[in-house]
Design a protein around this ligand. Structure first.
Ligand code: HEC
Length: 140
């Protein structure tokens, strides 16, 4: 009886740990909200969707990605020497913590050398684009 109790507690702890792993949450959210365009491994898709793996643009605009996710983007950009001009739709249903976890997942999984961003930095960044209603006027 006692052993069973311990096992249940152990399983519960593992379950809790997985659910509270920010990297894992970022990975799952990336799979649900981004991978359809940017690819399972962040490789992008032809001339339509830019890569987010080893992507110079993401590297240089890490925090601004918070506003990009929230409000979308509609401008010509160059990523790793290639021009992209399809718009990216806003994904307004993601909150600051989820956005933070996605950015950190991208940074650590596929873009070596990037720092971890904090939730406070992400919130601050989102303030700068809070009132933006027009996609193409975001300061990205
Ligand atoms: C419907 C397709 C689509 C989805 C879904 C999508 N994106 Fe994008 N993303 C794009 C396109 C297209 C661009 C280029 C936008 C432009 O040129 O204005 C882009 C640009 C970007 C960029 C800047 C360029 C680069 O590659 O460094 C980042 C970073 C990015 N997206 C991350 C994300 C993340 C994170 C998600 C999920 C939360 C996501 N995107 C979901 C299509 C998409």
């Amino acid at each position: 009886m006692k052993v069973r109790m311990v096992l249940i507690l152990f399983a519960a702890t593992l379950f809790w740990a997985c659910n509270h792993n920010p990297f894992r949450q970022g990975e799952i959210l990336y799979g649900n909200f981004c991978a359809s365009c940017h690819g399972e491994s962040g490789e992008g898709f032809r001339d339509l969707y830019p890569p987010v793996q080893n992507a110079d643009y993401f590297f240089q605009n890490q925090l601004a990605t918070a506003c990009l996710i929230r409000h979308g983007m509609e401008q010509k950009i160059t990523v790793n020497g290639k021009v992209y001009e399809q718009p990216m739709s806003a994904i307004p249903q993601l909150n600051a913590i989820e956005i933070c976890n996605i950015i950190n997942f991208l940074s650590h999984q596929w873009n070596p050398g990037m720092q971890t961003v904090t939730i406070d930095q992400v919130k601050e960044q989102l303030e700068t684009c809070r009132d933006t209603t027009r996609r193409n006027s975001i300061p990205y």
